[in-house]
Design a protein around this ligand. Structure first.
Ligand code: GAR
Length: 217
């Protein structure tokens, strides 16, 4: 069974989707700890309700990003995790973290990267009248929302979609795709070798050699 650490900053609905799939035995893993930089993150309550260890490391208590990252990697390494999952963790991580977790740390981002790294992705999609939108799951390196892409999920934007509707639809596909990818990683069916992602032969890939799902949600 793989050991997972989940990092969150907010609501934790993706954390909940992962917890649910572990409880259903669909992911062969245990969440050793949920760590948040925000003591008010609702995801901490979700974790406690499932009897999962939690820890708050408030970035405001540190003089620099480097000091915060040193503390974070120190706490993460205590668990010797197989996988660190960024599930709505809204901090940029420096090489202090990323260099130690190469191939073991993944992030979900609410856009079809490389479009719209950073914040306010849904507003940008609507402002630009994009007709498709989606989510990306990638291994983390020291760029902002960068690193080798593992999978993307796509939705069409409907004429009547407002931002709340888009967020709701994006969350639905995140809650399907993220646990699925975590399951594959925990089953050693996806690994990172140097900068190249290796997929098990029976996983279907698109022409960019990533998992790509179009959702009718
Ligand atoms: C998710 O939509 C996730 O893609 C996004 O934060 C949200 C967290 O929701 N992550 C990023 O923007 C990272 N750059 P949740 O707390 O309900 O899981």
């Amino acid at each position: 069974m793989k050991k997972i650490i989940v990092l969150i900053s907010g609501s934790g609905s993706n954390l909940q989707a992962i917890i649910d799939q572990i409880k259903l035995n669909n992911i062969n893993a245990s969440i050793e700890c949920v760590i948040s930089n925000n003591e008010d993150a609702y995801g901490l309550i979700r974790a406690k309700e499932s009897y999962i260890n939690t820890q708050v490391i408030n970035h405001n208590n540190f003089d620099s990003r480097e000091d915060f990252d040193q503390k974070l990697i120190y706490e993460i390494e205590k668990y010797n995790p197989d996988l660190v999952v960024l599930a709505g963790f809204m901090r940029i991580l420096s090489p202090i973290i990323t260099s130690k977790l190469i191939g073991k740390i993944i992030n979900i981002h609410p856009s079809l990267l490389p479009k719209y790294p950073g914040l306010n992705t849904h507003a940008k999609v609507l402002e630009n009248k994009d007709i498709i939108h989606g989510v990306s799951i990638h291994y983390v390196d020291d760029g902002l929302d960068e690193g080798p892409l593992i999978a993307q999920g796509e939705i069409s934007i409907n004429a009547h979609d407002d931002i709340d509707k888009v967020i709701e639809r994006i969350h639905k596909i995140e809650h399907d795709l993220f646990p699925y990818i975590i399951k594959l990683i925990c089953n050693n069916l996806i690994t990172l070798d140097e900068n190249k992602i290796l997929y098990s032969d029976d996983i279907e890939l698109n022409d960019k050699n990533i998992i790509y799902k179009k959702y009718d949600i």
